[in-house]
Structures are given as structure tokens and as C-alpha cells.
Design a protein around this ligand. Structure first.
Ligand code: 13P
Ligand code: SF4
Length: 303
């Protein structure tokens, strides 16, 4: 039996479910019960009523959200070191400092934050619903973190004043994309559609036909007639895009756009985590309850 088959057997025995983010290695996406963006995976984690174990193949903050939303389930992260650097850029101290400066301004936090930060905010959002969440608030000025590019995207979309917290939070992988690379690729593929993630810079977003979350990009690619797509997000998404659209061509806008943390998860590590039921993600109280409120508010607005 090969490793993938061993995992599937173990998964059945242990009543486990495997959720994998769109950036996971192809061999992990292929054995997962569900592959999706951050909001879809959180939703799936809540829907899995019969599972006792959730193997969350992604990075720290996503597994933490699953643990917060499912306090009675065992949530396993295949590799404990898989930590999103953007989430580490926002500290509780910084949140408290900014809140003091803007006492009556709501704080919206991207799910790419640690649980201790989520516990300090009014409501969470993902790249798929950030605009909708900010629009739903009865406030013209909103504190938003930690991604500055997403904050500016939301400002452009809503017309509200968005104060980024911290001033310069960013995703090191998405910052690698350059509009010049897209222009060169467009010369070679003039009919191609450009799809990018809102964590890319505004200059990069300006080259795009569509800006959205990883799964929203998949929906766009499927329903759009174009045959070629230039993709501005982490390279893992190309596996899913190609699998879903075998007749279409997908070109990564920059070959080096790899999230090293997402790629720390391997089949081997996933197998060991499940077999030994190790790398359990736990969020202590009262942080878990506070963060749960912010996540649940998001689901109330974007169900
Ligand atoms: P999505 O929710 O769009 O999948 O984004 C998560 C992420 O980490 C992007 O870098
Ligand atoms: Fe974090 Fe960027 Fe990796 Fe997404 S791609 S998990 S934002 S470092």
C-alpha cells in the first residue's frame, strides 16, 4: 500500500476528515476530502458533524480557526512550523496601541491573524468577503489588518476610510508579483485573462481582469470563456485550476511565488500527524470564546 492509500485507510479508521488549502502540494490536494479557500475550509470544518478529527493541511491561523469553531474536535496541523508570516506581523500590543488612538472605530481583522489578535477585534473577514464585511458596518472609518494591500483594496471598493493596522502588513509571497512580468506574459498571450489575489500590490491588481480569493479565482476561470489565464497567487492554486479545467492553460505570473510555510506540509508529515494524533491545535480560554465571537459575526453576515 502506498502512503496515500495508508492515509485514506487511517482516515476511515479514525473518523477523520482532511481539509486542504488551495496552496497545498498536489499530492495532498488529491487525497483531501475538501480543497478550498480559507472561508470555505472554516465552513467545512463546522459542517463535519461526524468527524472526530480534522486534519487541517494549511498554516497555523487556519487550523486555529477550525479549533476555535470546533472546540469538541481534535484539530491536527501536519507541520507545527507552518506559520503564516503575515499573521505574525500583528501583535496584541499594536492592536491596543491603535485602539487607544481610535477608541470608537471598529476593528476588522483578516483571518490571517493569530487567535490572540482575533480575540481583540469586532469582526473577522477573509479575502472572499472583506468588502461585504466592511460595508456591513455602520461606520465610515474602519481599522483593518494585517494586510495593507487588502486594506487598500477594501478602501477602493467601499469608499470608506480604512486605517491599516499595522501600517505595513504584507504577504511575502504575493509581494513578489510584478506588473512588468504580467505585461511580458500578455505580449506572448494577448487573449489571456489576468486573475490575481488582493494580497498583491495595487499596481499588480491594476493589471487584472479579476481580483478575488483563491476559490473565487477558480470560479472565475471556470465560467470565463478565455482559454489562457495568467495567475497572480501562490503556485499551489495552479494544480486545482488545471484539474478543474483540463482544456485551459494557466501560467503563473511569477515562477518563484511559493509560500514556503504552506509547502512544509507533506504526505509523510500528514500521515505521522494522523497516525500519532500529534500536533493538536488548541486555543485556550478566554481567547477562544472571544475569537469565536468575531468569526461567528463574520458568518452571520457572510453565511
Ligand atoms: P484565500 O482565503 O483566498 O485562500 O487566501 C488565504 C491566503 O493565505 C492567501 O495568501
Ligand atoms: Fe500567509 Fe502569504 Fe502564505 Fe497566505 S501565501 S499563508 S498570506 S505567507
Amino acid at each position: 500500500m502506498d502512503l496515500a492509500e495508508e492515509i485514506l485507510k487511517l482516515k476511515k479508521e479514525k473518523r477523520a476528515v482532511i481539509l486542504a488549502h488551495n496552496y497545498q502540494r498536489p499530492e495532498i490536494q488529491d487525497i483531501a476530502d475538501y480543497v478550498g479557500d480559507s472561508i470555505e475550509l472554516s465552513r467545512k470544518a463546522m459542517e463535519e458533524k461526524n468527524a472526530e478529527i480534522i486534519v487541517f493541511s494549511a498554516v497555523d491561523f487556519m487550523a486555529e480557526s477550525a479549533a476555535i469553531l470546533n472546540p469538541n474536535k481534535k484539530v491536527l496541523l501536519p507541520t507545527l512550523g507552518a506559520r503564516c508570516p503575515m499573521a505574525q506581523m500583528l501583535t496584541v500590543e499594536e492592536i491596543k496601541r491603535v485602539k487607544k488612538l481610535h477608541p470608537n472605530t471598529p476593528l476588522v481583522l483578516y483571518v490571517n491573524t493569530l487567535a490572540v489578535s482575533k480575540a481583540e477585534c469586532d469582526i473577522c473577514c477573509t479575502s472572499a468577503n472583506a468588502t461585504k464585511i466592511v460595508e456591513s458596518l455602520n461606520a465610515d472609518t474602519v481599522l483593518f489588518g494585517p494586510d495593507r494591500n487588502l486594506a487598500e483594496y477594501v478602501q477602493r471598493k467601499t469608499g470608506k476610510q480604512i486605517i491599516p493596522v499595522p501600517e505595513w502588513g504584507f504577504c511575502p509571497t504575493h509581494l513578489l508579483f510584478q506588473p512588468e512580468d504580467v505585461q511580458l506574459l500578455k505580449m506572448q498571450h494577448p487573449d489571456a485573462k489576468v486573475i490575481v489575489h488582493p494580497e498583491c500590490t495595487h499596481e499588480m491588481q491594476k493589471t487584472a481582469d479579476f481580483v478575488g480569493s483563491t476559490s473565487q479565482m477558480c470560479v472565475y476561470a471556470k465560467k470565463t470563456n478565455a482559454k489562457t489565464f495568467i495567475v497572480g497567487t501562490e503556485e499551489g492554486l495552479l494544480h486545482r485550476l488545471r484539474k478543474d479545467n483540463p482544456d485551459k492553460k494557466f501560467i503563473l505570473a511569477y515562477d518563484g511565488a511559493i509560500c514556503p510555510n504552506m509547502k512544509l506540509n507533506t504526505l509523510d508529515r500528514l500521515y505521522t500527524a494522523l497516525k500519532e494524533e500529534k500536533n493538536v491545535i488548541k486555543v485556550p480560554e478566554p481567547v477562544a470564546s472571544q475569537a469565536r465571537k468575531a468569526l461567528k459575526r463574520m458568518f452571520e453576515i457572510n453565511g
